[in-house]
Write a protein that binds this ligand. Structure first.
Ligand code: DX5
Ligand code: ZN
Length: 225
């Protein structure tokens, strides 16, 4: 069975001075999980938040926290993020030398494990990790910033990954992150994406709750009942 369709607002584009309010807004509008972008200024040219912030916002949301680590030495930070309240943790293929060990570490802490691929990293390179992971996150922008333009050739990677999953009879989820808007959402879901991360198209919208509701409506068109 294919994974359920989900909307994951990325708080990177939220107002950090009122994160609790922003979390409530997207939660009430029907968001399925909260995407948390962690950047270290080394793997990507930007710095965001650490476990302390996750721990504080955890008190303001019941939704699963989908933590996207854009950092080097991820193994050192996995346990602190789980303790802070992460339910799912994804690590970059490009930043992990011992991917199998890292995924086992995430699972040993009762957390869902994902692997992220940058736009130029082929999906075939994950073939030997498919059975170790719960989801694959395909970046549709170069990681580091919100509000960038969607890289459309990533759609071919989504299709290829969906095909490989079906061939192998596996059920990991396909998540996509970067440049997703109400305008291109149908295209990414048609290609095979299950979980949709959206930052600026939700939090920079005039009405973030409305943006979440409209995304959910579109996803409903693809839900098989
Ligand atoms: C980029 C982050 C994304 C970012 C997406 O490195 O991984 O999660 O928040 O932002 P938008 O949806 O604005 O492209
Ligand atoms: Zn992200």
């Amino acid at each position: 069975m294919n994974p359920d369709k989900r909307v994951a607002p990325s708080i990177l584009s939220a107002d950090f001075a009122r994160l609790a309010d922003q979390l409530r807004t997207v939660d009430e509008a029907g968001a399925d999980m909260i995407h948390v972008d962690v950047m270290d200024g080394h793997f990507v040219p930007n710095i965001t938040i650490g476990p302390v912030v996750v721990q504080w916002i955890r008190k303001h949301s019941q939704l699963p926290f989908d933590v996207h680590l854009m950092i080097e030495n991820a193994d050192d930070y996995i346990e602190p993020f789980v303790k802070a309240g992460a339910n799912m943790i994804s690590v970059h293929f490009e930043a992990c030398r011992h991917l199998n060990r890292t995924l086992n570490l995430i699972h040993s802490l009762n957390c869902r494990a994902g692997v992220v691929l940058n736009p130029a990293t082929p999906v075939e390179w994950l073939e030997d990790a498919f059975t170790d992971l719960d989801y694959v996150l395909l970046m549709s922008v170069n990681p580091g910033f919100g509000g960038q333009k969607f890289i459309s050739h990533v759609l071919r990677k989504v299709e290829k990954l969906r095909f490989m999953r079906a061939q192998l009879g596996l059920s990991f989820a396909i998540e996509i992150d970067g440049g997703i808007t109400l305008q291109n959402l149908r295209d990414v879901v048609v290609a095979g994406a299950d979980w949709i991360v959206a930052g600026s198209s939700i939090f920079s919208a005039e009405n973030p709750a409305d943006a979440v509701r409209r995304m959910k409506e579109i996803l409903k068109e693809f839900t098989i009942v």
